[in-house]
Design a protein around this ligand. Structure first.
Ligand SMILES: Nc1ncnc2c1ncn2[C@@H]1O[C@H](COP(=O)(O)OP(=O)(O)OP(=O)(O)O)[C@@H](O)[C@H]1O
Ligand SMILES: [Mg+2]
Length: 308
């Protein structure tokens, strides 16, 4: 059976993408699902540290440079059912990868024998990152309740949508139509990406049909991380409503994770004596709901911490 691919991104650095990816992966593996995690971070590959393992010898660079099949780069972790592929400086983050190589990687990813493949995208919104985000079945963003994270998210989603629309329009002989309309947005009275999409749809019934098809089922799942108080919790709902209004796309709040003082500890009985992240059981249960909400496509209403 085909695996389901989840990509975890969001633009800004340090929001908790790797932490959320590794925790979701472990959660799925503990539910008995076969999971492969892919660290596609731009030079900051550190997913392995969240998994109690040393950085593997072989990485995606071997796939690109030595033509090593992806199946030979995937390693087992200490968690049963959980396997792992690491990236590094020269892998997905660089612009030097040829388009055909990228397509080959996506083909290999789609052929991984697993129930779920989770891709940790790292920070940034370069073409490779955006394309990898777009190839996923479920597009997940991890944000912090702070202004820079939210601004980065808008830019990230804007790039994702532009990339998707541009590719679609290019394929139908309308090269740069989205960019052109956006550059001339004042003339067309376009104030949001939502209005831009409506403008493009008005070009012709054929284009409308194409755009409708491309955006059908286009959903962004949002995880709000490092929540400390009610004000933080409330930003989740406002981000969602602004995103819906500005982009006109289906954005789903699938969960939150409280800020928690987790700590790293050397695990004595681990063969490699590697560090392990220790988090409280409340975090485990927050991750569990996030995973179940992605699977069930269910969104949440963020809780009122004060009034219960
Ligand atoms: N809920 C949380 N509570 C407290 N600390 C957290 C939480 N989530 C993540 N962190 C911490 O924040 C830091 C950044 O987390 P992480 O590496 O997962 O972010 P990232 O988005 O993957 O960063 P990058 O963009 O650099 O890849 C780490 O030190 C992590 O332990
Ligand atoms: Mg990371």
């Amino acid at each position: 059976m085909k695996s389901e691919i989840w990509a975890i991104g969001g633009g800004k650095g340090g929001t908790g993408k790797s932490f959320v990816t590794s925790s979701m992966g472990m959660n799925l593996a503990r539910q008995g699902k076969r999971v492969t995690l892919i660290d596609a971070d731009l030079g900051g590959a550190n997913l392995h540290s969240f998994l109690k393992i040393k950085k593997p010898k072989h990485s995606l660079t071997d796939f690109f440079e030595k033509k090593t099949p992806l199946s030979e780069i995937i390693i087992d972790t200490q968690v049963p059912n959980l396997r792992f592929v690491t990236g590094d400086v020269r892998s997905l983050g660089t612009t030097g990868i040829k388009y055909t190589q990228k397509l080959k990687l996506y083909r290999h990813i789609k052929n991984i024998s697993a129930d779920y493949v989770l891709i940790d995208l790292g920070a940034g919104s370069g073409h490779n990152t955006i394309d990898t985000f777009l190839m996923a079945d479920k597009m997940i963003v991890v944000i912090l309740p702070e202004i820079t994270s939210i601004e980065n998210l808008y830019l990230f989603i804007k790039k994702v949508l532009f990339r998707k629309l541009n590719r679609l329009l290019n394929d139908h002989g309308l090269k740069n139509a989205a960019k052109k309309a956006w550059d001339e947005r004042k003339t067309h009275h376009i104030k949001s990406i939502n209005e831009l999409i409506k403008h493009i749809q008005s070009i012709s019934p054929e284009i409308k049909k194409l755009v409708d098809e491309a955006l059908f089922n286009f959903k962004i799942y949002i995880v709000l991380n490092q929540v400390k108080n009610q004000e933080h919790m409330d930003t989740g709902a406002s981000v969602k409503s602004v995103l819906t209004k500005y982009f006109g796309i289906d954005t789903r709040l699938i969960g939150f994770v409280h800020y928690t003082e987790f700590f790293w500890k050397i695990v004595k009985n681990s063969p490699a004596n590697t560090p392990q992240i220790i988090s409280p059981s409340s975090t485990t249960s927050e991750i569990n709901s996030i995973v179940n909400n992605v699977i069930a496509d269910k969104q949440i209403i963020l809780p009122d911490l004060i009034n219960g």
